[in-house]
Design a protein around this ligand. Structure first.
Ligand code: C2E
Ligand code: CA
Ligand code: CA
Length: 435
């Protein structure tokens, strides 16, 4: 059976052939190469499916030309391809083979990006190697190991070709442990909301805070969002965790208002996963109705990359939030491929400069220039600017000098638990109260 589009073997036939190659391995190595075309969807969306199909065929041609050692090849699905290569050359190390593939991938990237302008196409490859010591592996395991390495490659910025190694299995074990623990963690309130104050640059008053989630396991150990959020984004569970955080924050604000205590606006992070289903606006409306707090008391932060990945949906969300009277910020500005163009397209209220500009030690001249230009641009576009990751007085002073209106960082406070934040508000005489 053949794949009708590319003429390659079907995946089932591929597995049968691979199984046979592995049984007859002798002193050779069988190298399974699993490749995925990153940003291929862009081609279908921009140039249409016909062009997408053409690109896949061109790719397969290149793919087959590139190696003389291919024993079998298949399209697993969509833009995912797999080949098995038999290598007899004992002088070629595994790492050298990886380098070869890496070079081929990079050459394809240059070629295809030229042909399909603006496509950002990238070839991500995972490699698993079987030799006589590991030939008891099943063909399917060899492919799934290569696929796992490919997923690791996909998350890397530059390295697009990764060799499988056993430690990746540890990563999977941790992923399963985390994702399977989420329902219980939600039910048993293992998540806590921490708050990190935001200060006004001109007066050093407390003018708000960002809500940041923490997961404290029953044994007292913390799991930090940098570890668990990427994993539960993949599984889609982040949506429930975000909603949990939003509800806690609305509840917190409503309770303080009821008790006649001071309150400041709290900003909430929005995962990219919300853009898939877009239930988020309804949920926020529900919370506003249920807790009856002024809409000026909550803000939402969308990372720069969310806007870049899905500008239309992001725009819909920003408009929806604005219709509810809620402010929106662009988070982590400058951390990735910032598109200045986006700033004029999107009606955002606040731009949060990423902490990459404030590296440890003295402020670098180049960072000073960038910060002052971004702040200046934001001012002209009538967008409020906030710089995060402020750790020293020198940095804080510089932000004042260039007119950045708000600051957030360890210099003022780390993210703190609710009770500590409450005493921060109550004892900070300069708290700006906005209701
Ligand atoms: P973020 O939105 O960029 O949040 C700011 C992160 O920078 C926080 O890390 C904070 O602790 C850290 N930070 C603040 N000031 C400083 C500083 O002066 N120096 C340094 N080195 N770091 C500073 P945290 O709390 O570990 O959160 C990491 C990321 O996880 C957040 O980055 C955000 O993207 C995500 N996150 C946290 N809570 C939530 C949530 O409830 N929902 C979603 N979707 N994402 C969340
Ligand atoms: Ca944030
Ligand atoms: Ca940020």
């Amino acid at each position: 059976m053949k794949d009708t589009l590319t003429g390659l073997d079907s995946y089932e036939i591929f597995l049968q052939k691979l199984e046979k190659e592995m049984q007859e391995i002798g002193d050779d190595r069988i190298i399974v190469v699993y490749t995925d075309i990153k940003h291929f969807k862009y081609i279908n969306d921009t140039y249409g499916y016909k062009m997408g199909d053409k690109l896949l065929k061109e790719f397969v041609n290149e793919f087959m030309k590139a190696s003389k050692n291919i024993a079998c090849a298949a399209r697993v699905y969509s833009d995912n391809f797999v080949t098995a290569n038999r290598i007899s050359d004992k002088n070629l190390s595994n790492e050298e083979f990886r380098n070869l593939i890496d070079q081929v991938n990079k050459a394809w990237e240059r070629e295809f990006r030229e042909k399909y302008l603006n496509s950002r196409l990238q070839f991500c490859t995972g490699i698993s190697i079987t030799d006589k010591n590991s030939r008891s592996l099943e063909a399917e395991t060899a492919v799934s190991n290569a696929n796992l390495a490919r997923k690791v490659a996909k998350e890397m910025e530059h390295d697009c070709c990764v060799l499988f190694d056993q430690s990746m299995m540890e990563g999977i074990r941790r992923e399963v442990e985390i994702t399977s623990g989420i329902p219980k963690a939600l039910a048993q309130k293992e998540f806590q909301v921490y708050f990190q104050p935001k200060m006004a640059t001109d007066t050093m008053e407390l003018i708000g805070a960002e809500a940041l989630v923490r997961w404290q396991k029953p044994d007292g150990k913390f799991i930090y969002p940098d570890e668990f959020i990427p994993l539960i984004e993949r599984s889609g569970q982040i949506v429930d965790v975000d909603y949990y955080v939003y509800r806690e924050v609305f509840h917190f604000l409503a309770e303080r208002i009821k008790a006649g205590k001071k309150v400041v606006p709290i900003s909430l992070n929005v995962s990219r996963m919300h853009l898939n289903k877009m239930h988020i606006l309804d949920y926020i409306k529900e919370l506003l109705d249920e807790f009856q707090i002024p809409c000026s008391l909550v803000e939402f932060e969308l990372t720069e990359s969310i806007y870049l990945d899905n500008t239309e949906r992001a725009l819909e969300l920003v408009d929806g939030l604005h219709n509810l009277g809620i402010k929106v910020s662009m988070d982590d500005f400058g951390s990735g491929y910032s598109s200045l163009n986006l700033l004029s397209k999107l009606p955002i209220d606040i731009i949060k400069l990423d902490r990459v500009f404030l590296k440890e030690g003295e402020l670098q001249e180049s960072d000073r220039i960038i910060i002052s230009c971004v702040v200046d641009m934001a001012n002209r576009l009538k967008i409020t600017s906030l710089c995060e990751g402020v750790e020293t007085q020198e940095q804080s002073n510089y932000l004042k000098e260039v007119g950045c209106q708000m600051q957030q960082g360890f210099y003022f406070s780390r993210p703190i638990p609710q009770e500590v934040f409450e005493s921060f508000i109550d004892t900070n005489p300069k708290t700006v109260v906005r209701t």
